[in-house]
Design a protein around this ligand. Structure first.
Ligand SMILES: Nc1ncnc2c1ncn2[C@@H]1O[C@H](COP(=O)(O)OP(=O)(O)O)[C@@H](O)[C@H]1O
Ligand SMILES: [Mg+2]
Length: 392
């Protein structure tokens, strides 16, 4: 879609055009005008699909000019950007049917959501809307990397999904090693360095390909040499990734910082991975407290209990009571199959298909793709444990 931007702010232009270019299909900010007056004096031959008007330095006459412009480009969708100083123009805008008003400074997520709404009503359907699932280790060694990488492989091979795993570790990222013996040619840091080039084929070319539908974007191996990943990079990468993959899995590790938080802000589900031991539970509690303080919906957070053994002193229902989050799935302790898989860098499903760990990952594929558990509040316990009297 083509957009006309009306603003004197060159920085705002750069921001909107780079955000627009990263979309699939792209929003092309083809022309700019300094002011509403300028836009009326020099109308475009072809009406743009979208007109974005920055009214932060508007004056009282601009209400009339805006009304004229909406008549001139009657088929275009209008979006106003405001710093809240011109309520009179906003009221005029509402009267002439402008539905999208965004606050300045621009919040990229809000911008994209508004463009999404406009694109949807204009019939410019996006190609895809992949789901982002974040795996976060409550403690080092909980199994987040093993589970996210092997789950990615299982999703691609068993459910025929197109899956991307992004290793978000800033140091010592090791996700590719769990499922591949290839050395990554490109890493997350390289993608950030060339962020202006990003599109689906470029992203795909940066991956370690593990199986036909499954690629891993490796973490930078030497953080001191690498370009710093910024939260804005993550926004752009995830936006492009959603358009090209069915599932985007994030191996977040334990690092909570600006980059991982930005990623978590936009995830569809967060899966803290923990083992049924008090230190894990303590750390899980801290993590969940952070998420709650950030206002994340607890409905999006589901625990994965790894190395689970029935009959232990701590029970799953204790975990639920202690953490106030539901358990999505348990993965059994399967020392031989998992150690062999991790040591050889071959997905457990490929190496030992009948092993308890592989079977459990296959169950997780079913759970996640069916989405029943995420969407029904009581569904999880009912489904995992059947009747309430089951002894676990
Ligand atoms: N279900 C399991 N059964 C047996 N061993 C496991 C299981 N899950 C993980 N492990 C072992 O635990 C180790 C740590 O797992 P990893 O995924 O690296 O943890 P994290 O990424 O959370 O730090 C792995 O090397 C693996 O051998
Ligand atoms: Mg790890």
């Amino acid at each position: 879609m083509k957009a006309l931007l009306i603003s004197r702010d060159t920085q705002l232009y750069a921001e909107i055009s780079s955000q627009g270019a990263a979309r699939v299909p792209p929003l092309n900010v083809a022309t700019t005008r300094d002011s509403l007056r300028d836009a009326l004096d020099r109308p475009l031959a072809d009406s743009p699909g979208m007109v974005i008007v920055d009214i932060s330095d508007a004056d009282t006459a601009d209400g009339d000019l805006l009304e004229r412009l909406t008549r001139h480009y009657a088929s275009a969708h209008f979006m106003l950007l405001t710093d809240n100083h011109h309520p009179d123009i906003l009221i005029r805008a509402m009267r002439v049917g402008v539905r999208e008003v965004l606050q300045l400074p621009l919040v990229h997520r809000a911008l994209h959501e508004a463009i999404d709404r406009i694109a949807a009503s204009a019939g410019v359907a996006s190609v895809h809307d992949g789901k982002v699932l974040a795996f976060i280790a409550c403690k080092g060694g909980s199994g987040a990397t093993f589970i996210s990488t092997n789950f990615g492989y299982a999703l691609a091979t068993l459910a025929d999904k197109k899956v991307l795993l992004i290793d978000l570790h800033r140091q010592f990222g090791d996700a590719t090693l769990y499922v591949s013996d290839q050395k990554p040619a490109m890493t997350l840091s390289d993608v950030c360095q060339q962020i202006a080039r990003i599109d689906g084929p470029f992203l795909e070319s940066c991956l370690v390909h593990v199986a036909p539908g499954f690629g891993v974007l490796a973490a930078a191996d030497d953080p001191s040499q690498s370009v710093e990943t910024k939260p804005e990079h993550i926004d752009i990468i995830l936006r492009v990734a959603r358009q090209h993959y069915d599932y985007i899995l994030l191996d977040v590790g334990r690092q909570i910082d600006a980059v991982s938080l930005r990623a978590l802000d936009t995830t569809d589900a967060i899966y803290p991975v923990l083992q049924l031991a008090l230190p894990d539970i303590r750390d899980a509690r801290r993590l969940l407290d952070i998420f709650r303080s950030l206002g994340y919906l607890t409905d999006h957070i589901r625990l994965i209990v790894n190395r689970y053994e029935k009959g232990g002193k701590l029970r799953l229902q204790d975990l639920h009571a202690a953490l106030g989050a539901e358990v999505l799935h348990t993965i059994p302790n399967d020392y031989i199959a998992v150690t062999d898989s991790v040591n050889q860098g071959i997905p457990v499903l490929q190496l030992a298909r009948g092993s308890p760990a592989a079977r459990s990952l296959a169950d997780l594929v079913e759970i996640v793709t069916a989405r029943r558990i995420i969407e029904t509040k009581s569904g999880l316990f009912d489904r995992l444990f059947g009747r309430s009297e089951v002894d676990y």
